[in-house]
Design a protein around this ligand. Structure first.
Ligand SMILES: N[C@@H](CCC[C@H](N)C(=O)O)C(=O)O
Length: 284
């Protein structure tokens, strides 16, 4: 029996969302790649998201994320807003909590098709990112490009349940630059689990322009955990205040690294594009 999916996006970062309440979903990497492929029979998306029945008290669901390359990811910020919105809509509620492999997340409605999610605290120790060697994650010894004239250098590393490296740049980077540099850094030996690569241009103390080369998905229109990581990185470097707008070419997210409890709070839009049936060839 083929299963129903929802196609959703957050600022153009797009997802195939599958609710697994009645039919378990245990896809192979090959099946995820077939769903995520754009054109040639695939539906096309940056990530596949499964909403499973809850495993613990107080949670409405257990949520899993896979990148387009078929690998599972610990966290996905834009996907988290989409899932929170769906669960609130179907449950007739204005708040929700659910679990992921990276921990408990929660969301509240923040307006029409806008959701605020609590992404929890960032992890900042070198072995939590993880890095392959001990280092100050606020000033990582890494440079890319010619040794005497690097294109980018001395980034900040942050885990939001998934690994991020954030380079600060003097001007917004082009897609070509993000692709060339991001693909080099994604599999650098310093990052044993790979890494999402952000290029952040700080416009003012409450405004960052960002582009992200995502691990396992490449250049995406926006990356929610990337926006959280960029704001945390900028605060650590003393470049922004606790609340900032993180702007992608596709639109803005508002990110607060809350002083009271150290949690990162993200607000942004959710879009439901269409629903459909997975091809029969996806048997998971
Ligand atoms: N698009 C996501 C991030 C998805 C996972 C990431 N590519 C990884 O491998 O960690 C977001 O909005 O955060």
């Amino acid at each position: 029996m083929s299963r129903t999916f929802l196609k959703m996006n957050g600022l153009g970062n797009d997802f195939v969302v599958i609710e697994t309440l009645t039919q378990p979903f245990d896809p192979s990497a090959e099946e995820i790649r077939a769903i995520a492929k754009r054109g040639q029979g695939g539906i096309g998306c940056d990530q596949v998201v499964a909403i499973d029945p809850p495993k613990s008290e107080g949670a409405s669901a257990y949520v899993r994320f896979w990148n387009a390359d078929g690998e599972e990811a610990g966290a996905c910020g834009n996907g988290t807003r989409c899932v929170a919105w769906l669960l609130m809509q179907s449950g007739g509620k204005d708040h929700v909590a659910f679990d992921t492999s990276a921990g408990r997340l929660s969301g509240v409605m923040a307006g029409d098709k806008r959701v605020t999610v609590d992404m929890g605290p960032p992890r900042l120790d070198w072995n939590q990112i993880p890095l392959s060697e001990e280092m100050d994650t606020a000033r990582v010894e890494l440079q890319v490009g010619p040794i005497d004239a690097p294109w980018v250098h001395t980034p900040v590393c942050v885990s939001m349940g998934n690994p991020h490296v954030v380079f600060f740049v003097d001007a917004p980077v082009t897609d070509e630059f993000a692709q060339k540099t991001g693909s080099l850094v994604e599999h650098h030996p310093l990052f044993p689990e790979g890494v999402n690569v952000g290029f952040a241009h700080v416009v003012s103390r409450d405004h960052i322009k960002l582009k992200v080369w995502e691990r396992g998905a490449g250049l995406t229109a926006a990356c929610g955990t990337g926006a959280c990581a960029a704001q945390v990185a900028a605060v650590r470097r003393g470049l922004t205040d606790r609340v900032a707008t993180v702007e992608f070419e596709s639109g803005p997210l508002v990110i607060e690294w809350r002083e009271a409890d150290g949690h990162v709070i993200m607000t942004g839009p959710v879009a439901l594009e269409f629903t459909g049936k997975l091809p029969e060839t996806v048997s998971a």
